[in-house]
Design a protein around this ligand. Structure first.
Ligand code: GFB
Length: 299
């Protein structure tokens, strides 16, 4: 989702020499394969968006994979970028790097000031390591490697697998299928009280391009909208957009995860960047994209 959004942004900006690989073409966990790739292609600029990602259930179930795969991907790419003299690299982390009970909104300096949320601790540790790798290669070797921490994302090419997905694609699919099959209820996980901030993938890509052009410092930068909603509000919004007329059934056996993770985006705003897509509009676009690509998204 993020990689394809960045490619769309670069194409819109007129770039023609964009080098990409799918995961089946290049296994980024494989050090030798990544070394060969960088030696052959010699990229000038790297957007490191590749990661093993998923929603709360996937993070909590595949704890070893979320830690191992992400550590390998980051280590291989960042080290190869240094070895081959990449001019600039942007590493993408996640808002889950912050302590579970950090004050809100989350300022960049709250990193490592408390315990992490347990459901995604392995993923968060891997992402914190990515930030620290960029910092270490900057301080020891002078590499211009920067990091950005996006909030929860959604948009085209999201994962619609109900066991692996994040909340918004899961609910788009569930409400849509319940509407089509005339079902009376839709199961929604947790209590509905956690709050989440959501950013459209095209806005994220725009922010990544902005940072690649304008930001060269060590301290990582939050990327978000600065606004959040409860999961209950998000569910009601999707229900309305999809046109499902039944009831929500809250399954409190499933975890809520962190109570809130609202980004403080004042640094990005001060630099002159702000999101464009509001949540309702973004979800309407995403539902249309889901309808157009349902066959591809649901295998
Ligand atoms: O989007 P989500 O899986 O990730 O869940 P997190 C957000 C909230 O939505 C949780 C609730 O409180 C879920 O219980 N929820 C309700 C659902 N219904 C559903 C559903 O059908 N599917 C899903 N997936 N959730 C992830 C982290 O946390 O966020 C990652 O695990 C990463 O590490 C990512 O940071 C951005 O926001 O809780």
């Amino acid at each position: 989702m993020v990689g394809s959004a960045i490619v769309r942004k670069l194409q819109d900006e007129g770039y023609t020499t964009i080098i990409t690989r799918t995961s089946s073409e290049l296994d980024l966990r494989n050090q030798a394969a990544v070394t060969d790739f960088f030696d052959q292609e010699n990229p000038d600029y790297v957007f490191l968006a590749a990661a093993k990602v998923g929603g709360i259930l996937a993070n909590n179930t595949y704890r070893a994979e979320f830690l191992y795969d992400n550590l390998m991907i980051e280590s291989n790419i960042i080290h190869s970028a240094y070895k081959t003299g990449v001019k600039k690299l942007l590493f993408l982390g996640s808002s889950c790097i912050y302590p579970k009970l950090a004050p809100q909104p989350l300022k960049e300096e709250y990193l490592l000031s408390g315990y992490l949320e347990s459901t995604n601790e392995p993923y968060a540790i891997a992402k914190i390591t990515g930030i620290k790798l960029c910092d270490a290669y900057r301080s020891q070797y002078g590499c211009n490697f920067i990091s950005a921490m996006p909030t929860n994302l959604y948009g085209p090419n999201d994962n619609y697998n109900l066991q692996g997905s994040h909340v918004l694609p899961a609910l788009i699919r569930k409400f849509h299928e319940a509407k089509v099959n005339d079902e009376p209820t839709v199961e929604v996980w947790g209590t509905g009280s956690p709050m989440r901030e959501f950013l459209h993938a095209d806005d994220l890509a725009d922010a990544c391009f902005f940072l690649m052009e304008n930001y060269n410092d060590e301290l990582f930068v939050n990327i978000g909208t600065g606004e959040d909603v409860t999961i209950r509000e998000a569910a009601e919004l999707i229900k309305d957009i999809v046109g499902f007329e039944g009831e929500l059934r809250w399954n409190t056996e499933k975890p809520d995860g962190t109570p809130r993770k609202l980004m403080d985006v004042s640094r990005l705003h001060e630099m002159g960047w702000k999101h464009r897509t509001e949540l309702r509009q973004g979800l309407e676009m995403t539902y249309q994209d889901f309808l157009a690509n349902e066959v591809l998204y649901i295998e």
